[in-house]
Design a protein around this ligand. Structure first.
Ligand code: 26Y
Length: 821
């Protein structure tokens, strides 16, 4: 039963060939005999752009002409990955381009591999932003993504003797065919200096900020092609430069060299993505980066608004601004400042506008991850914004908190935007919650915990403000593009419109017990594993069998994500095998991919330990290839696209209550892997959709974690009561994995015992082992395994970012689609 095809190729094979050859000649001044693969890739991108630009202009004219309400998605991170294959898919010209290139003697997949990843993000939050702008364009919503044009994205990871080494990422060293510079929309951004107060007899006090320095913000636009290519939105990325005005003075004074130093200081603002994904070090440069980004974006939003409007009452009707975590919070005081100081609005009117314009997404409950900036630093860099924040705070404490809890100073201290300590701090999350008209968490359980544990008083004050929008992932990249085998099977089985309506996946559920379908499903998985095995061999030299269970954990390295729990499971199996070479287990390949924040000691120790264990295990002939451990270096979007389709087991094993949502969990299941996971984040909702009996759920629940912590958790109890666990942990103190250097892995043991095992690995160890026993047993029955894998993939309809965006549009943005003909 094949439903109507959504594919409408807008270009023929011959036209595409001509387009590519033309671009080689006229765009790159080369020809097909001289060009290397990079040039072919570049020419193909340029040919694709010719299809994109037309639609981009058309979308722009429609939106601007009709002055539509739009959402502005402000995010310090957009983890886009590669764009060629995705753009070809969304334009529905992938097949025709593949054919065209084949005719020219080129392999499209090889050319796609030439593209450097656009790694302008750390992990989940940045990738979510990328999925969201794909969905916004696909669904036909007027939207702009605003971000930073980092010169260096997330660092490249290498291993030296098992340890992580960070190298600079140079994704656009030789240019980037996807971006368009827009010098006509440059912004000037003030910094430092002082605030002057002028008294006007009629208007009262007027504030003038005399900046000490000005940065220039240069916008680069990346077209975002919706699937079906009707709407093409943009991602606008800001690059910092020195402003000419400033350089010129120094230059005239004979300071040519100094002016160059000034130039490079200005350029550092957008030079690097901060590689941390939980705690800021409170660095001045990061604050400036955040402010620079917010100021450029707010000014740009207002410039567009003013083109068609002169009544400020219209602003909240035309503009929604979504803050992706607290990182872009400075947009709030910046909008206040512009409305009051530059546009002359009175405070109450400006505040009312702000409160109707901003919404904020929270992505974390970890207390250490809530951003705070020292008041002293603020005063130096952004003196006027600090005054505005003080005023917002004073009014909030007086008009809201004092009314609700008269005389309760403790409540005031807790809710205040200013943390009163020796080093007074500005709490960005408080500013966001006080201002935003909606605040959302990213999975049901997370949003509940935001209400009950993180912001209970705010929830009492604003009972309708806190809502949930469960995350999702785009099926264009995370199924159609990355898993062509499975995508084709789906097309043939349920029609090809699942790409736009993922609920259609339900259509494969009745096939779960159909042995023919099972066979095809498993053959595709096998083929993906074969390709993964090749990559493993090429990058690490390790040979793995595709008959083994591919057990995969890919995500940032964090103690709360518990890669170390996976590690002690591996050691347990290894020990069993050494003690009994005939130990009966289905062969396993444990695959890891993860970057650690460069300053995160324990995370780096875990990487090192896994690499050392891998060395030992992979070269130990006694265990007859029953166990392999591979830590793939430089985990990134393009590698993820190869790993999700090849996985049998998805590791989602965070301590319950700590993973806000997770999105990798969804990508695995969508591609037919089974989940071993805790009842945390979106795993809970996945279990609702899939059926808990079709997953390997283990470990303490959120409530049990809380109880255990209140009762007083004693990791030593588990250590002394479980001899196998004890022997595994003691192993880490030996020099077995680091010959001649005992103790190199001891920090891992210490963290799990002496240092209190904050993330309760030992409490969940036994239950985790049990879950893995069940995995082993099930895999022996391939039909039963296939059935579950199909039931998993078929139940993923909900976890599609189109659904997330529809939720935002209806619950938060009140946004209407604007179909482009
Ligand atoms: C403050 C700065 C250092 C910082 C930078 C990046 C702090 C946090 C982050 C990134 C956080 C992040 O990626 N959070 C993840 O967001 C995903 C999307 O909502 C969730 O699925 C995931 O559970 C959460 O950890």
């Amino acid at each position: 039963k094949k439903t109507e095809s959504v594919a409408v190729p807008s270009v023929t094979c011959a036209e595409m060939q001509q387009g590519i050859i033309d671009r080689l000649h006229k765009g790159l001044a080369t020809d097909k005999n001289k060009a290397n693969n990079k040039a072919w890739w570049n020419a193909t991108c340029l040919a694709v752009n010719e299809l994109v630009f037309e639609k981009l202009t058309k979308t722009h004219h429609n939106h601007a002409g009709k002055d539509t309400r739009a959402v502005n998605y402000l995010s310090l991170e957009f983890l886009m990955g590669r764009l060629l294959s995705n753009n070809l898919q969304n334009l529905q010209v992938f097949k025709v381009t593949e054919e065209a290139l084949k005719g020219l003697g080129k392999d499209l997949y090889e050319l796609c591999d030439e593209e450097p990843d656009m790694a302008l993000g750390n992990g989940g939050l940045g990738r979510l932003a990328a999925c969201f702008i794909d969905s916004l364009a696909t669904l036909g919503y007027p939207a702009i993504g605003y971000g930073i044009h980092y010169e260096h994205g997330l660092f490249k990871q290498e291993f030296q003797d098992g340890r992580q080494i960070e190298r600079p990422d140079t994704w656009r060293e030789y240019g980037n065919p996807w971006e368009i510079c827009r010098p006509e929309s440059i912004q000037l951004i003030p910094l430092y200096g002082y605030v002057e107060t002028l008294y006007d007899p009629t208007e009262g006090a007027k504030k003038i900020w005399h900046a000490g320095q000005k940065l220039k913000g240069v916008p680069w636009d990346i077209p975002i092609v919706g699937y079906g290519a009707k709407t093409v939105n943009i991602l606008r990325l800001w690059e910092s430069r020195a402003s000419e005005a400033f350089d010129w003075d120094v230059f005239n004074a004979g300071g040519y060299v100094d002016s160059q130093a000034e130039k490079s200081r200005a350029e550092t603002v957008s030079k690097v993505l901060y590689p941390n994904d939980s705690t800021d070090a409170g660095k001045e440069l990061r604050l400036i980066q955040q402010y620079f980004f917010c100021a450029c974006s707010v000014k740009d939003i207002l410039r567009r608004f003013k083109r068609a409007n002169s009544d400020w009452n219209e602003l909240p009707k035309k503009v929604a601004i979504q803050l992706n975590d607290t990182h872009p919070t400075m947009a709030i005081p910046e909008l206040m400042r512009i409305l009051i100081d530059l546009e002359g609005l009175d405070w109450d009117f400006a505040w009312d506008i702000c409160q109707k314009t901003f919404a904020y997404t929270n992505h974390t409950l970890l207390p250490e991850a809530l951003e705070k900036w020292s008041v002293g630093l603020f005063e130096k860099v952004l003196p006027r914004h600090l005054e505005i924040i003080y005023e917002i705070n004073a009014q909030f404490l007086k008009n809201v908190v004092e009314k609700k809890w008269p005389g309760d100073d403790q409540k005031k201290a807790k809710l205040s935007i200013i943390e009163e300590s020796d080093n007074r701090m500005v709490r960005m999350a408080n500013l966001c919650v006080i201002t935003a008209y909606k605040v959302n968490g990213v999975a049901a359980v997370h949003s509940e915990l935001v209400k009950t544990d993180l912001f209970p008083e705010f929830h009492e004050l604003f009972p309708t403000k806190l809502v949930n929008v469960t995350n999702g992932v785009t099926p264009r990249r995370w199924l159609k593009t990355c898993n062509p085998g499975l995508a084709t099977l789906l097309d043939e089985t349920i029609g090809d419109d699942w790409v736009l309506n993922l609920d259609k996946l339900k259509g494969i559920l009745p096939k779960a017990t159909d042995s023919k379908f099972q066979q095809r499903f498993m053959d595709i998985k096998k083929q993906n594993k074969v390709e993964m095995a090749k990559i493993i061999k090429e990058t690490t030299g390790v040979e793995v069998s595709v008959d083994a269970i591919f057990d995969v954990q890919i995500k940032r390295l964090h103690e709360y994500k518990r890669q170390q729990l996976n590690l002690i499971h591996i050691l347990t199996l290894y020990k069993r095998l050494l003690e009994n070479p005939d130990y009966d287990m289905v062969p396993r390949v444990f695959l890891f991919g993860a970057k650690a924040a460069p300053g995160y000691h324990m995370a780096k120790e875990i990487i090192f330990a896994l690499n050392k264990i891998a060395d030992k295990v992979n070269n130990d002939t006694r265990i007859k290839d029953k166990l392999k451990v591979v830590f793939l270096p430089n985990y990134r979007v393009s590698l993820a696209e190869k790993m999700f389709p090849a996985a049998d087991i998805s590791e989602q094993i965070s301590t319950a209550g700590l993973e806000a949502s997770g999105t990798g969990n969804m990508k695995f299941s969508l591609n037919g892997a089974l989940t071993v996971g805790t009842m945390d984040g979106a795993n809970i909702e996945m279990a609702e959709e899939i059926g808990e009996q079709h997953m390997f759920i283990f470990g303490l629940s959120v409530d049990e974690v809380k109880d255990l912590k209140t009762k007083g958790y004693k990791p030593y109890d588990y250590y002394y009561n479980n001899p196998e666990l004890k022997s595994v942990l003691d192993w880490l103190d030996s020099d077995f994995f680091t010959p001649g250097h005992p103790g190199l892995l001891s920090d891992i043991k210490r963290s799990l015992l002496e240092w209190g095992d904050e993330y309760l690995c030992l409490a969940d160890y036994a239950s985790y082992l049990e879950a893995h026993q069940k995995i082993d047993a099930l895999y022996r029955d391939q039909a039963a395994w296939a059935e579950k894998a199909i039931l998993n993939a078929g139940a993923m309809g909900k976890f599609n970012s189109d659904r997330s965006i529809e939720d935002y549009a209806s619950k938060i943005w009140k946004l209407k689609k604007f179909p482009i003909a």
